[in-house]
Design a protein around this ligand. Structure first.
Ligand code: MLT
Length: 412
């Protein structure tokens, strides 16, 4: 018999979102006519920007034409897309990022997991709690953790609790860690980071020779220009941070799949014999071996995000979801669910469950009595217990319908 990767056996039974889907399907099996409104997984609902559609259609035609046809593309992505990203997302914001430091991929979920391929086994790894569960589960799969303990946490991972009293940002640890996952605007709490706060992490990481894995998949939702969109807006971050970005939430590419990871060429790590190695070389080697790039058609679609038309249309989409978030925040504020956070620079609203209910108890009540699906805070980590996440990714009609139901059931 073949041996398996035993680390998978350490994982909690199901990944959070499929677990929710399972419970929802069980409910729908016995209530087939129910008109559930899904505000659980952060999946977009609005069509792609027109500029992206046109670009992809043109690209389809290119593929049907001998002179323009494309076979395998560069594993790192086409230079025309990498250059646009480097210029619009970084250089225009004063960040010294070169197009060669951008690696196009099919998603930040994949990249935040795949990045572990290039790191060794004995790193001290810190995550916030609550946290996007992919960071935890991929570390479990890679053998970087022990077993799950009585507190529902994996041994050997360092958990940095994020709490209301700290505005849902983690405190800098007083011990040395090697890898730190940060996500801003935060999934799930919707919290944002100031430049000063990120600077304290960059200072910490440089002092300790740590690497920050910075997930900025929701940066487009930042509405206050004084807040940083990228960790590279902080001086010194090029020496200590990798950044993950995505077209999923700004341009609606969740089903289309395109993202990118920034690996500065100045970022170094140690080998076992104490020589230094460029993380860029490692990631480039990993990608060119295990990945054949994102399809030409999709990369052309992503490129259109940076056209004048595309920028306006993406902005419109983001504003649409932010308006949904505002409606949710305001309406919840008039109900028993009035302890709400996030939803200002983020599509996620983080709320305290009413009457001390556990996150899953509230999930069940909301599902069965109000016919709304959300995400239990405890699914993002034990410090998320007693909280609940509502996603603003839906049609206006559904958001308004959902708020009407909530106002009725949870009226004060
Ligand atoms: C979420 O709901 O947290 C996200 O949609 C999941 C993801 O982006 O993979």
């Amino acid at each position: 018999m073949v041996n398996i990767n035993e680390n998978y056996l350490k994982l909690k039974a199901g990944y959070l979102f499929p677990e929710i889907t399972k419970r929802v399907n069980t409910f729908l099996d016995s209530n087939p006519k129910n008109e559930l409104i899904k505000l659980g997984i952060g999946d977009v609902t609005e069509p792609l920007p027109e500029a992206c559609i046109k670009a992809m259609m043109n690209a389809v035609e290119d593929m049907g034409c001998r002179q323009k046809f494309k076979g395998y593309g560069p594993e790192q992505g086409y230079s025309w897309l990498r250059e646009k990203i480097a210029y619009h997302d970084f250089q225009l914001r004063g960040c010294d990022i070169d197009s060669s430091e951008i690696f196009i991929s099919d998603g930040s979920k994949c990249d935040t997991g795949n990045i572990l391929d290039i790191f060794g086994k004995n790193n001290k790894i810190a995550i916030t709690d609550p946290v996007y569960p992919v960071y935890v589960d991929t570390n479990v799969m890679s053998g970087n953790t022990g077993y799950i303990n009585a507190e529902n946490r994996y041994d050997d991972l360092i958990y940095l609790p994020i709490k209301e009293e700290n505005n849902f940002v983690a405190q800098i640890p007083d011990i040395k860690v090697d890898l730190i996952y940060l996500c801003f605007p935060n999934n799930p709490t919707g919290a944002v980071a100031t430049k000063d706060y990120l600077k304290s992490w960059v200072d910490y990481a440089r002092f300790n020779n740590s690497i920050i894995l910075f997930d900025a998949a929701y940066e487009a939702f930042i509405t206050d220009e004084s807040l940083p969109h990228s960790i590279y807006e902080i001086e010194g971050a090029k020496d200590c941070a990798i950044e993950f970005r995505s077209f999923s939430k700004n341009a609606g590419f969740t089903g289309t799949r395109c993202a990118f990871t920034v690996v500065p060429k100045t970022l170094m790590a140690n080998t076992a014999n104490n020589s230094k190695i460029k993380i860029w070389d490692m990631w480039n080697r990993r990608q060119s071996t295990k990945f054949n790039g994102v399809s030409y058609i999709i990369q052309r679609g992503a490129e259109a995000v940076y056209s004048e038309e595309g920028k306006k249309q993406v902005d419109c989409l983001v504003r649409f979801y932010l308006e949904n978030a505002k409606i949710i925040r305001e309406q919840l504020g008039t109900t028993k669910l009035n302890q709400v956070y996030g939803g200002i620079h983020s599509p996620y609203i983080w709320l305290k469950t009413p009457g001390g209910m556990s996150s899953w108890e509230f999930f069940d009540e909301l599902l069965q009595k109000v016919n709304i699906v959300g995400t239990p805070g405890s699914g993002f980590g034990s410090s998320g217990e007693g909280y609940f996440r509502i996603s603003a990714f839906n049609s206006r009609e559904n958001i308004e319908k959902a708020m009407k139901r909530i106002k009725k059931y949870y009226q004060i």
